[in-house]
Design a protein around this ligand. Structure first.
Ligand code: HGY
Ligand code: MN
Ligand code: MN
Ligand code: MN
Length: 427
């Protein structure tokens, strides 16, 4: 990817850092929770405002904007050979409750700024360059992670699931989409992208881990993305009066959930690898009254590993524990549903090399590393060569209001992205 014309203009790769920071701050104001937290849930009123903001910025950068049936937003800079497969870059702007303002956002606003950087440097793309804002990456509203990129990657299973999916207020996916201005009348396979539609997909993202900051390294070049899985579990018992029912007579659904949560930790720790992780991020008790024995409990388990077999073994053990607990506590295991059990993804060597030479030309320190968080890149890897660029974030914090990336680190990420996009466009 040695783009001769880019070499002349490396010095002129100027990022408008203050402007970009202002955009990050402005976008964070579209939130359902007070600053410094950000909550922006798929198809909510704040999400719709944020989408308008992104489309406006894409327009101001001279990109031609289109949206697909579920609201994946594309902004294209047409190259001199538009018949060639374009290069795609982007991320997400939806934010889980009480999170921060950089997760995903850096890869959307930063991608638009990378286009501006290339335009300002006089670069002329051969392959068109396209920015995407995935319609939602977080599982918050419908329990489905990377909803937009899974559909783009052609998930028939998800297409069918979305016909009957409702959120916690019992609003259907299509009604929620309609509220946001997307009419889902046509079949959702219109969202599917052909394999080879893009010559490369690359995502700029905060590391969401402490390594780059601890080691004082400017850029992370992602070589693989860990394999995520999520499980929904329901236990049901008889409940009853917290004072009147004696202990031997109880079948407490809450304690069943508590025992399973500890079993998740046990099975993860006994995997033999530090790369296996597990979390019970949702644990609901019904009726949720202090003096009522829980008659129902609902848990949602997130477990990941860079080794898919090792992760799947953990899932099997969790299932066995759920069955054992249901028997020993005489509660009914009314649901044990594996929501997703995704394979890991490897980055494309050619994109890793392009990113590496961009770091060298920009004299930025870099480190090859795996991503323990999942990203839309995990699914884009199914239909296009994929790569990811990480920038450091404060203490590795993410998914909480203290999430922070220094403007200079954001600018470094944008410069590496711009130069890498330039190389990939000329390839
Ligand atoms: O959970 C994740 O890994 C992603 O940040 N949504
Ligand atoms: Mn996230
Ligand atoms: Mn993210
Ligand atoms: Mn359930």
């Amino acid at each position: 990817f040695s783009g001769y014309q880019i070499h002349d203009s490396i010095s002129s790769l100027s990022v408008h850092t203050q402007n970009l920071q202002r955009q990050i701050d402005e976008l964070s104001s579209f939130s359902d929770t007070p600053a410094p937290s950000v909550t922006r849930v798929l198809y909510s009123e704040k999400d719709v405002l944020a989408r308008g903001y992104i489309k406006k910025l894409m327009g101001l950068s001279g990109l031609s904007v289109r949206e697909d049936a579920v609201g994946n937003i594309f902004g294209r800079w047409v190259g001199s050979q538009p018949e060639l497969a374009p290069v795609l870059t982007g991320s997400h702007i939806d934010a889980i409750p009480y999170s921060g303002k950089y997760d995903g956002v850096v890869g959307v606003l930063g991608a638009i700024e990378a286009i501006n950087v290339l335009k300002r440097s006089g670069f002329k793309p051969k392959r068109s360059l396209e920015v995407i804002m995935f319609t939602s990456e977080e599982p918050t509203r419908f329990g489905i992670s990377c909803l937009g990129s899974r559909l783009l990657a052609g998930s028939e299973e998800l297409k069918e699931l979305l016909k009957k999916t409702v959120d916690s207020q019992n609003i259907s996916f299509s009604d929620a989409a309609t509220f946001a201005g997307y009419t889902l009348n046509e079949d959702l396979s219109s969202v599917f992208l052909e394999k080879g539609s893009y010559s490369a997909f690359i995502e700029l993202h905060i590391e969401q881990g402490p390594i780059l900051e601890e080691e004082g390294i400017s850029i992370g070049i992602v070589t693989a993305i860990a394999a995520p899985a999520s499980i929904k579990v329901d236990f049901e018992g008889n409940g009853g009066h917290a004072g009147a029912v004696l202990m031997p007579k109880r079948n407490d659904a809450g304690l069943a959930a508590a025992e399973l949560a500890l079993a998740v930790e046990k099975h993860v720790l006994e995997s033999g690898s530090i790369d296996t992780v597990g979390t019970v991020g949702i644990l609901e008790l019904h009726p949720g009254a202090i003096n009522s024995i829980p008659s129902k409990s609902h848990l949602e388990i997130d477990t990941r590993d860079i080794d898919e077999k090792r992760r799947n073994l953990v899932i099997e053990k969790i299932h066995k524990s759920a069955l054992r607990i249901s028997k020993s506590r005489e509660v009914n295991l009314s649901e044990f549903k594996i929501v997703n059990q995704d394979p890991p993804a490897l980055s494309e060597d050619s994109i890793i090399e392009a990113t590496e030479s961009a770091c060298q030309e920009l004299k930025l320190s870099y480190k090859k590393m795996i991503s323990r968080a999942y990203h839309d890149s995990l699914f884009m890897a199914r239909i296009s060569p994929m790569g990811m660029i990480f920038i450091p974030c404060y203490k590795g914090y993410s998914h909480k209001p203290e999430e922070f990336a220094a403007p200079e680190d954001v600018a470094n990420g944008v410069k590496v992205l711009a130069l890498t996009l330039g190389k990939l466009s000329l390839s």
